[in-house]
Design a protein around this ligand. Structure first.
Ligand code: NAD
Ligand code: UGA
Length: 480
């Protein structure tokens, strides 16, 4: 087991503070992370592994989630995560519901709570809902018993640090707070690998002596395992904005190739060949050019809409509508896929069984937030199809709730225990998540159990369509 270099704890100090700095030379540095979700849990587990002399506590008001983090069935599925947690939990990594205690004990407090799109009032459907962030800021101010470094890990609109500082200052009771922005760039499904070897770590802070000192303290935490040249420091606003822009650029590439997939469908060009040809240009590069049924996940859409809202607020409607196009193209791509299924099945899917293979928004995660599968299932159900879903990691109850709504049932929607069971008696199968197991299914066996003609819609372009057609499927992909 390699725990990485053991170095002396970096001191927390406040050059322009009237408050004495905690004497960390003699005590272990303590980190608390508020929010034990997809970001808070894995990120803190990695810090705990790489900096064994730092005490890391992850707190959350969701008791069930914390109980799961303390069990052998973690609340999220990520390759390598269970091993990472087993290695550190109980040593220098702790999960607890004691938010106040965590705040009191910590030198550095990471804020990794959710920042969903607002569903009410001004900015509904676009702006970020900052109520969880504000609540956390108030809780920190109320329970802090000394100087703290507050680190924004959540993705938030530019200038949120200003709000946090305001709330903290108004309720500080004389304590000194430094606020840093340290957005997270991990992708689900590869979180552990991304945290282990990040392309970069971004830390934004104020260019005051206190701000610089806080930045240095956080740099020293990451420097336990991230090469210094990959740790970028910027001002607060650049850091906050860079996170939104990174996601917007990534999503834009997917919408760009998806727009071209429609042109490929119309012309007979193959989008995989086009992506390969343009990706060889080193200025364009090969990544994020996989045409698909559409991007999902909790962040791309939310963060772009947030960017759009910011642009509108700052009087930049042209910029807002430019970026909004990325989300509109994605919505169109999902609807285009459903429409193609209906059209191919002789313009009616009423009472036909459609097997949906994959429900998570991408492979190697159990996360279904904004998954393209939700939209496609709803479209097919609206056409009165009988939809049978199989996903290797998403529980049946989650699938039903995502499609039907909380506490509701959808009689035409069922969940199968395997791809073979889902496809039995189906008129069509639709692959909506690129799980590796779907590449190696026995498609002859699947075909034999289906209604003829049997249709296959590869929404992730993971199969050799020529092979599927040779077997006897009427097979199509995205843009090919
Ligand atoms: P999540 O919903 O999985 O986890 C957030 C957790 O915060 C929840 O468990 C919730 O109970 C807890 N929480 C909320 N308010 C709280 C409070 N006042 N006190 C204690 N706990 C509280 O969210 P996530 O996916 O981990 O995302 C967190 C943030 O990170 C978001 O801003 C997101 O945009 C950003 N982000 C997410 C990813 C990702 O891959 N999911 C990647 C990069 C950045
Ligand atoms: C994305 C970013 O990649 C992370 O850097 C960022 O930290 C994170 O959002 C966040 O802020 O939450 P994530 O959504 O977890 O990560 O996963 P991605 O690998 O980016 O995939 C997003 C969606 O795009 C998935 O539905 C995926 O299937 C789809 N996708 C991805 C494509 O359709 N084509 C591609 O070429 C790549």
């Amino acid at each position: 087991m390699n725990l990485g270099p053991v170095v002396k704890p970096a001191p927390v100090y406040f050059l322009d503070s009237v408050e004495p700095a905690p004497s960390l030379a003699t005590q272990r540095m303590k980190i608390c992370c508020i929010g034990a979700g997809y970001v808070g849990g894995p990120t803190m587990a990695m810090i705990a592994r790489q900096a064994p002399e730092i005490e890391v506590r992850v707190v959350d008001m969701n008791a069930a989630r914390i109980a799961a983090w303390n069990s052998e069935t973690l609340p999220i599925y990520e390759p390598g995560l269970l091993e990472l947690v087993r290695e550190t939990r109980g040593r220098n990594l702790h999960f607890s519901t004691d938010v106040k205690g965590g705040i009191k004990a910590a030198d550095i407090i990471f804020v990794a709570v959710n920042t969903p799109t607002k569903t009410y009032g001004v900015g509904a459907g676009r702006a970020a809902d900052l109520r969880f962030i504000e609540l956390v800021a108030r809780t920190i101010a109320e329970h802090a018993n000394g100087p703290k470094i507050i680190v924004e890990k959540s993705t938030i609109p530019v200038k949120t640090a200003e709000t946090i500082k305001d709330i903290l200052a108004a309720n500080s009771r004389g304590h000194r707070f430094e606020v840093l922005s340290n957005p997270e760039f991990l992708a689900e499904g590869t979180a552990v690998a991304d945290l282990q070897a990040p392309d970069r770590v971004l830390i934004g802070g104020e260019r005051t002596p206190g701000g610089e000192a806080a930045i240095q303290t956080l740099v020293d935490v990451y420097a336990h395992w991230v090469p210094r040249e990959r740790i970028l420091t910027t001002n607060l606003w650049s850091s906050e904005l860079s996170k939104l822009v990174a996601n917007a650029f990534l999503a834009q590439r997917i919408s760009s190739i998806n727009s071209i997939s429609a042109l490929c469908d119309a012309t007979g060009a193959d989008v995989e060949e086009v992506a390969n040809a343009i990706g060889k240009d080193s200025r364009i590069g090969p990544k994020f050019l996989k045409a698909s049924v559409g991007f999902g996940g909790s962040c791309f859409q939310k963060d772009i809409l947030n960017l759009v809202y910011l642009c509108e607020n700052f009087g930049l409607p042209e910029v807002a509508s430019y970026w909004e196009g990325v989300v509109k193209m994605n919505d169109w791509q999902k609807a285009r896929f459903s429409a193609k299924i209906v059209r191919s099945l002789f313009n009616t899917v009423a009472e036909k069984r459609i097997a949906v293979l994959g429900f998570a928004f991408k492979k190697d995660t159990n996360d279904t937030r904004e998954s393209a599968a939700i939209a496609v299932c709803r479209d097919l159900l609206a056409e009165q199809a009988r939809v049978v879903v199989y996903d290797p990691k998403v529980p049946a109850a989650e699938i039903i709730q995502d499609v039907a709504g909380k506490g509701r049932d959808e009689p035409r929607l069922t969940v199968a225990a395997s791809a073979y069971e889902a496809a039995q008696g189906a008129h069509a199968i639709a692959i909506l998540t690129e799980w590796d197991e779907f590449k190696t299914l026995d498609y002859s066996r699947i075909l034999a159990g289906m209604n003829q003609p049997a249709f296959l819609f590869d929404g992730r372009n993971i199969l050799e369509l020529a092979n599927m057609r040779a077997l006897g499927f009427r097979a199509s992909g995205i843009g090919r």
